[in-house]
Design a binder for this molecule. Structure first.
Ligand code: GTP
Length: 318
């Protein structure tokens, strides 16, 4: 039995994944069906595996790398039955994620400091919702949290963040719409420093007009943060909507080139997301997924756990 297959003997740590990944699981169930119903290991089978994994949002480049590894392993182990492949497929996918290294999915937090998390990403991906959910988690741990409306582009965005601050019962800082986001951030951080806040969560407008503008906007925000907090933001998190598949991948590429990201929050995994995007992002951009959104409610944000994630996608395999 492969290393990762042993996982299936354990119970998952977080039940939320089971509910949340219910739909994503279907593409992987089809893979199991394909392996069970095929009679020979041949090029047609590998083509069909590739098609299924691509349709699960793993991305062409990552899938080709994966099937290459899979072919080598099948030869090495002298497999002749398609069903035998299912015993190594999970291990191989897991290796893509781990890449022989420890993946730190925790958010950097220093006790006693003013910790700053900056959230970037395009409109509608779930930045505001994620900030609200995370604010509640830190508030529940007794931390003094300030939510900052750095998305001054739309008045509605400011209002929406205010509502989440009420739900999470944390403080909120904003200025009128169209104010320069950097000046909002500057004032908010000074307030946080003077009033001993533990954590500042900053929402930003995700405007992807072009890469140069995006770079300038983000680097200006970072400069302003460093003026008040010399160590800068503890985390710069890109929020991606998992249901957007290839679009989400393009956003990861542009934002990754425009600024120094520390990780990804992948939202809406409970929706029609195919789930494979986790592997594609990790393989292509080397960015850890730190949190995943598994619903619209305040408690539906959980730390990313590769074991729980793969367990729930591949439950039917063993
Ligand atoms: N199902 C589901 N919906 C989510 C999740 N996260 C956010 N949403 C929904 O996605 C929609 C957009 O979320 P917002 O938080 O407003 O997104 P935003 O990135 O702040 O968008 P802008 O304010 O337009 O920049 C809302 O209807 C949220 O309820 C999630 O994990 N699962």
């Amino acid at each position: 039995m492969g290393f990762f297959a042993r996982l299936f003997k354990k119970k998952p740590k977080n039940d939320k994944y089971q509910m949340g990944l219910h739909k994503s699981k279907q593409s992987f169930d089809n893979l199991k069906k394909l392996l069970d119903e095929s009679h020979d290991i041949n090029d047609d089978l590998f083509d069909a595996i590739e098609d299924l994994l691509i349709s699960a949002d793993i991305g062409v480049e990552t899938v080709l790398h994966f099937t290459n590894e899979l072919r080598k392993e099948v030869e090495h182990q002298k497999f002749s039955q398609p069903s035998e492949i299912s015993s190594i497929i999970v291990d191989k996918l897991f290796e893509i994620y781990l890449k022989d290294e420890f993946v730190d999915t925790t958010l950097k937090y220093v006790e006693g400091d003013v910790n700053v998390y900056l959230f970037v990403g395009v409109n509608g991906v779930g930045k505001t919702t994620t900030i609200g959910k995370l604010a509640k988690q830190y508030k529940d741990q007794g931390k003094k949290v300030l939510m900052v409306a750095g998305d001054t582009f739309r008045a509605g965005a400011i209002e929406q963040l205010r509502e989440w601050s009420l739900r999470a019962k944390v403080d909120f800082f904003s200025k009128e719409a169209q104010t320069d986001p950097s000046s909002v951030i500057f004032e908010a951080l000074n307030k946080a420093k003077n009033e001993n806040y533990d954590l500042v969560l900053i929402d930003t407008a995700g405007r992807l007009q072009n890469k140069i503008n995006l770079m300038n906007e983000l680097s200006k925000m970072k400069r302003v943060i460093e003026k008040v907090i010399p160590e800068g933001a503890n985390e710069t998190l890109l929020v991606i909507d998992a249901t957007t598949g290839q679009n989400g991948m393009n956003q990861a590429q542009v934002f990754n080139e425009a600024t120094d990201l520390s990780g990804i929050v992948l939202t809406k995994l409970d929706g029609t997301a195919k789930g494979g995007i986790v592997l594609a992002i990790r393989h292509l951009y080397n960015l850890p997924i730190k949190y995943v959104g598994l619903g619209e409610k305040i408690d539906d944000l959980v730390p990313f756990d590769i074991e729980d994630y793969i367990y729930n996608l591949f439950k039917g395999f063993f």
